[in-house]
Write a protein that binds this ligand. Structure first.
Ligand code: DAV
Length: 363
């Protein structure tokens, strides 16, 4: 379980479950995938990006889609990812990484062409683990159509170890999926076919919370609901986020009954009526820091090691203070260069094994 011998997650043999077992965002973490930044290229522009990526990226992606991100930024982010992986190993967690992958190869279908892929940095976006099942998400950005490829050897080895493997129907991503005119009001994707990004879902045992977003449609939510069957309840959370893409900078469950929320986006929900709500302080990222893909609220995109330990960016002092006062141990890691690429600790990981079994946490 631990590669360092310094295990903090000793599990009695009788409680050991399969190769893949993860029901929540907070139970004791045993094994995790950490993404890689090497090989990252600018996304190929499509109109559904208007509402979700910063305005400064619109022209850039149109012009540079498929060509590598600046090498110095990629190297700085890669160093932070390696540092994060080392800290996790020191904490007794087994860390695995995807295969190296150059994302600059163009690809096409009979209907469209993409000038390249994107990256292997954010397994949370393209994959989720629900119990013993690895789900491959049907992503709506064309440039992300092959994003699970560098994770396939891992998925195959987990399958051989007993995991279930559930790829969603391969989306066609034809023009019918996208709103006909650019920058239209409302969602930028239609219900033409099921699509979702895995990061729009948050796991609470038998309950899974999802947000409708510019990458996740109702058809996609219905597909996952039916695929998982009656063991799970999927609830849509109404959030205040016109830019919605991924729920993990909006809510972050830290322990049973404790929810960290983005005060600008969270709307009180009856789902959490019995929960303690902690409002995340404002992010500390300075103005002008390069942010290609998302907002500075990735400050609250945390990875829990167990229900009292959480990994936080070293410079988010106000958040560290709030969490420490509330009794959490904060493990500090430098991660601002990773922020530039659209995510933080939750985005860059896929927790494949946490202690615990399927339970109900929401009334
Ligand atoms: O801009 O708050 C962050 C999550 C990206 N995976 C945002 C979205």
């Amino acid at each position: 379980m631990s590669t360092t011998g310094k295990s903090t997650t000793t599990v009695p043999p009788a409680e050991r479950t399969g190769a893949v077992n993860s029901h929540t965002e907070w139970e004791a973490l045993e094994e995790v995938v950490v993404g890689r930044m090497e090989g990252a290229v600018f996304p190929t522009w499509q109109s559904s990006m208007y509402p979700t990526v910063p305005e400064s990226s619109w022209a850039l992606f149109r012009e540079k889609g498929g060509s590598p991100f600046p090498a110095d930024l990629v190297a700085a982010a890669e160093e932070e990812l390696d540092g994060f992986a080392a800290v996790l190993r020191d904490e007794g967690v087994t860390v695995v990484r995807p295969d190296p992958c150059d994302h600059s190869a163009p690809f096409s279908t009979p209907d469209w062409t993409s000038r390249g892929g994107l990256y292997s940095a954010m397994p949370r976006d393209c994959l989720t683990v629900i119990g013993d099942t690895i789900v491959e998400a049907p992503m709506s950005w064309r440039c992300r159509a092959h994003e699970t490829a560098p994770f396939r050897s891992l998925i195959k080895s987990y399958f051989r170890g007993g995991a279930r493997w559930l790829p969603a129907p391969h989306p066609q991503l034809t023009d019918e999926l996208f709103q006909a005119t650019d920058r239209q009001e409302g969602w930028s994707i239609t219900d033409f076919e099921p699509v979702f990004d895995a990061a729009d879902f948050m796991r609470f045992g038998e309950d899974i919370i999802v947000q409708r977003s510019h990458t996740t449609n109702d058809f996609g939510i219905d597909w996952l609901r039916r695929a998982l069957g009656s063991d799970y309840r999927i609830h849509c959370l109404d959030v205040n986020d016109p830019h919605a893409m991924h729920i993990d900078a909006t809510i972050c469950p830290l322990a049973p009954g404790v929810l960290l929320v983005n005060p600008d986006r969270y709307r009180p929900s009856p789902l959490f009526r019995d929960w303690e709500i902690i409002e995340a302080p404002k992010p500390t990222l300075p103005e002008g820091w390069p942010m290609y893909l998302c907002s500075s609220w990735v400050s609250m995109n945390l990875l829990s090691l167990d229900e009292r330990t959480v990994v936080v960016e070293r410079q988010e002092e106000p958040l560290i203070e709030v969490l420490t006062q509330r009794g959490f141990r904060c493990v500090l890691v430098d991660f601002r260069h990773v922020y530039s690429f659209g995510g933080s600790f939750h985005c860059v990981t896929l927790d494949v094994r946490r202690r615990g079994d399927r339970r109900r946490y929401l009334n």
